[in-house]
Design a protein around this ligand. Structure first.
Ligand SMILES: Cc1cc2nc3c(=O)[nH]c(=O)nc-3n(C[C@H](O)[C@H](O)[C@H](O)COP(=O)(O)O)c2cc1C
Length: 339
């Protein structure tokens, strides 16, 4: 029997700490939460924006959307059904969602099974082996739940994506302000935000190709000559509003967590969608790959981690290392509980 419950602050605070494990662009964690009288509010924290790379705030919203979906998974694991109103107040565009709670007797759908992936999922910038045939088919439904569409990019259009990548790399390379911003969010291992050096390929391993944003050189060693055979999928939306970005973020989280549950390695990518000329090519490639939504939001590299396959078979790749886990701000820093 369904009953209505007011969730206690401790349970909500625990769910928020799981929400904060969500991926965010450069691990900026641009969210802040407020719990007042049984209602949780999610705000975008614009003090943590990256205005050169993301002037519209699209990637900020996608990141917050991912946190919102992580929150859903954590709440549903605790038999709390979130009632979510996105962008509920047109006078306050930074209020992204208001969440109230309804107690349940039974777990909801697959969300409970996803709970264990919240702590396991991470961005892996090493090359992947291709996913097994059919492994991606089921993931599209996870995007559709949030009004986004997932398309597997047809490899035949690789040359077009190479061109998109060259355009984006050229624009980024010549932009000192972009590099300063990126370097500011590249942080030592153990820092509470930013991308840790131990999660970034070192100078010998990093490569400027379609599947990688060029970051400052890190400490992650990748076997020389390793080829990336990952699949590339794209999340698109019908329009390009803050609500779409929030939805794309929820779809991103759902696809990433379901992929993790299927033992697939993942890496979100936005270098091709943040430069308008390369985004246009991505739109064209997506359309040729069967996509009908016109607004590319974020790509995801998905595949099998050849490193863990080797470890499982007892052979460790020479020179390869595990990426360092990126840090997070504490729940006390991001959640205000109003008595
Ligand atoms: C909107 C968004 C854009 C991202 N863009 C990139 C990207 O272009 N390249 C990349 O390597 N990682 C990208 N990431 C992954 C983040 O860098 C990563 O989530 C963050 O550093 C936290 O690490 P984690 O995912 O391992 O928890 C992106 C993530 C999000 C949510």
């Amino acid at each position: 029997m369904v009953h209505y419950a007011s969730a206690d602050a401790e349970t909500i605070s625990s769910a928020v700490s799981y929400a904060c494990l969500a991926p965010s662009v450069h691990n900026i964690q641009p969210w802040s939460w407020r719990l007042r009288r049984g209602e949780l509010s999610l705000y975008v924290d614009r003090r943590r924006s990256i205005p050169i790379e993301d002037p519209s705030g699209r990637q900020l919203f996608i990141s917050c959307g991912a946190a919102l979906h992580h929150l859903r998974v954590a709440l549903e694991h605790n038999l709390l059904e979130p009632i979510v109103a996105t962008l509920p107040d047109h006078t306050d565009p930074d209020l992204l969602a208001s969440i109230t709670f309804r107690g349940r007797a039974e777990p909801i759908g697959s969300s409970a099974a996803l709970f264990s992936t919240l702590e396991r999922r991470r961005t892996d910038r090493r090359p992947f082996d291709p996913p097994r045939a059919g492994a991606l088919t089921g993931l599209a439904v996870n995007a559709r739940e949030f009004e986004a569409s997932m398309t597997v990019i047809v490899r035949r259009y690789g040359a077009m994506l190479d061109k998109a990548s060259r355009i984006a790399a050229q624009e980024h390379r010549s932009d000192t302000a972009y590099w300063n911003e990126l370097e500011a969010w590249t942080t030592p291992d153990g820092a509470e935000s930013g991308v840790p050096l131990g999660a970034l390929p070192d100078a010998l391993s990093s490569h400027e190709d379609v599947s990688a944003r060029a970051f400052p050189s890190g400490h992650l060693k990748i076997q020389r000559g390793a080829r990336d055979n990952a699949a590339l999928v794209l999340l698109s939306t019908a329009s390009d509003t803050p609500k779409d970005w929030l939805n794309a973020g929820q779809a991103l989280s759902s696809v990433l967590l379901h992929a993790t549950a299927s033992h697939l390695a993942t890496c979100p990518l936005t270098h091709l969608t943040e430069v308008e000329a390369s985004r246009e090519i991505v739109r064209d490639v997506a359309c040729r790959s069967g996509e009908t939504f016109q607004n590319p939001q974020i790509m995801i590299r998905i595949g099998l981690s050849s490193h863990s396959a080797d470890t499982a078979s007892g052979q460790v790749q020479l020179g390869a290392t595990e990426p360092v886990v990126s840090g997070r701000r504490t729940v006390e820093e991001v959640l205000t509980v109003v008595p």
